[in-house]
Design a protein around this ligand. Sequence first.
Ligand code: KG4
Length: 336
Amino acid sequence: MNILAFESTCDETAVALVRDGRTVLSDAIASQVDMHTLYGGVVPEIASRKHVEAIAGLADRALADAGLTRADVDAVAVSYAPGLIGAVLVGVNFAKSVALALGVPLIPVHHIRGHIAANYIAHPDLEPPFVCLCVSGGNTLIADVRSYTDMTVMGATRDDAAGECFDKAARVLGIGYPGGAPMDRLAQGGDDTMYELPRSHVEGHPLDMSFSGLKTAVLNLLHNAQQKGEDLNGPGLAASFQRAVSDILVPRVMEAVRQKGYGKLAVAGGVGANSRIRSDLEKVCKEQGIALYLPPLSLCGDNGAMVGSQGYYEYLAGHTADSALNAYANRDLGLG
Ligand code: KG4
């Protein structure tokens, strides 16, 4: 089954063709990062307009790259939640029109379920059940993936997402947007014990997380240093920061893995590209005999292939929509 999949929830427009959930025939992406960099963050209005400009051309390119024609498309899938609402609406409306024009089913895909499904593309042997750490620019949660389409949130951030925390800390340090990858590079060779940074706990909810205090701590460090006329050690601060983020994420996800007893852990989302988080998880999973599934860096960030993969399993479960499908800024992972 060939699924034409659309992704437009944030600042990447992506259209992919995926066969039977696991084989990527093409994945065309237009990133808007250069534009948003000028403003130090995503400007929602610009994001929507850029999606409008890019999406039709990308759909043609995805078909051409796959060597297919419109007649070969069996269904259309689209990320319909969560995300920047104006941005998501572009993908949803375009996908609805394509499904209508081609006379094929329309499949709504929860964006985070898509991130999780990136692992099905990267790891042909991976099947639910497993626990998944989903860490992106807009969301941070631990999912109990009981089946391809039955999943619940075991714990989540109460405030900022991990990626948001990376981006804001990086902005304070003046190392660019989006800040995760530059922060990761800056941290290489830095002393991760140089700065004391907080690891917060949510009273009574051991799997929940909080990142806003960490972000504020970086800001305070910078202000204090400026007041004293001192320089901060960039690599030391970046390494200490990454260690703090990892110290918040890793014990919680390993506790979730212990509770579920599946013996399998997957990672999903843009922050899943972080070298410190990856190596800490590799170490602890090896010690505890847990099978760890890390997507390649190319599948950590937003892409269309992940939507096509999850779309296949949603279709098999009978989850299709009609032209009344709407877009949502927020939506529980469990609802799909
Ligand atoms: O999954 P994604 O592409 O978009 C959302 O769905 O939100 O994630 C983007 C986030 C950004 O916050 C970016 O700074 C972060 O992923 N990111 C990283 C790294 N590469 C990207 N964060 C930490 N370390 C990285 N190497």
